[in-house]
Design a protein around this ligand. Structure first.
Ligand SMILES: [Zn+2]
Length: 318
């Protein structure tokens, strides 16, 4: 099951508590997953279409909960592209009018004319209903990429006006959806991990929030580990260049006046460095007899380097 399918499976099971929220969720589904068909002589028919049978069951439940459907509904299954199936729920003309009027999408003017509109603001006036609306919109046309791969959520709406409407509802919930167009359709999308997590919370997909946060934590742990590794590599690089510099300096002393001219403790360190060009100062300290701590080794190494500088300053021609 894809992450999107997991989220949807959880969303269709969110309990329907208030009628206002059921109406808001259904309105989003009407906006995002239905079309109007003209049924010859019998007026128009509102048809909900989805590839997900569980979403269709949810639509039926919402229609009953809002009480706008009184006549028989027709369920159809359309086969598309071989194995892909499209589930279709067709309402009678009267029911279609009732549903659309209830959602503020069908308005009768004073002249008795019927006009189709974007959903009434009334439907998403309350915060509870806004949450239900984005849940319905997600069931209608939402997609969330697996958080392990990338942070991306999007809704594909029939036109840009529908996308702008969803963007407005989302912005009232603190989600800053962005809009793009694709083949005449309006896309609303989110690309921020925090916002997608918040979206899942708002839609009441509690399990999905957990698995999303889990994946996110794992991802950031992995990133931390990579950062730490790169940092180690960096330190190793620095250590090597310092060691290379020391080796070169000691070789210069050796050429200029011989290592035996050094004091015993400096000579011992110089020989160890030449023999162990990749060892850290700490490791060199452990090899000394008696062993010496890192700061002690550092101190001796500094003296060695200073001697080399003096030797260079006093060597003519260098
Ligand atoms: Zn509500």
């Amino acid at each position: 099951m894809s992450f999107t399918q997991e989220v949807k499976a959880e969303l269709v099971a969110v309990p329907l508590e208030k009628e206002c929220c059921a109406r808001a969720e259904l309105t989003a589904l009407t906006r995002g997953a239905s079309l109007l068909a003209v049924a010859g002589g019998k007026g128009f028919s509102l048809r909900y279409r989805t590839e997900n049978p569980a979403v269709l069951r949810r639509i039926l439940l919402l229609l009953r909960r809002t009480g706008a459907v009184q006549e028989k509904t027709r369920m159809l299954v359309e086969k598309r592209f071989g194995t892909r199936r499209l589930y279709l729920l067709a309402l009678s003309h009267q029911d279609s009018r009732r549903v659309l009027t209830d959602q503020g999408m069908l308005v009768t003017t004073d002249e008795g004319e019927e006009v189709f509109r974007t959903p009434s603001r009334q439907v998403t006036r309350r915060a509870c209903c806004r949450r239900a609306y984005i849940r319905g919109a997600f069931l209608a046309s939402g997609f969330i990429a697996a958080p392990r791969r990338r942070y991306h959520a999007e809704w594909v709406l029939p036109d840009e006006a529908a996308a702008r409407h969803l963007q407005r509802v989302m912005s009232h919930l603190g989600l800053a959806g962005k809009i793009s167009r694709r083949r005449g359709q309006g896309i609303v999308y989110l690309k921020d991990g925090d916002e997608i997590s918040e979206l899942l919370k708002l839609m009441e997909a509690a399990r999905a929030v957990l698995s999303f946060e889990n994946d996110r934590a794992e991802k950031s742990l992995k990133a931390d580990a990579i950062r730490a590794f790169n940092c180690d590599q960096g330190n190793l690089g620095r250590q090597l260049t310092a060691a290379t510099r020391q080796t070169a300096t000691i070789e210069r002393i050796s050429l200029a006046r011989g290592l035996t001219a050094l004091s015993d403790e400096l000579e011992a360190l110089a020989r160890l460095r030449l023999a162990n060009p990749e060892a850290s100062l700490e490791e060199l300290g452990q090899m000394l007899r008696p062993p010496l701590g890192k700061s002690g080794v550092q101190h001796r190494m500094r003296r060695l380097m200073k001697l080399a500088e003096e030797a260079r300053d006093h060597t003519p021609g260098q």
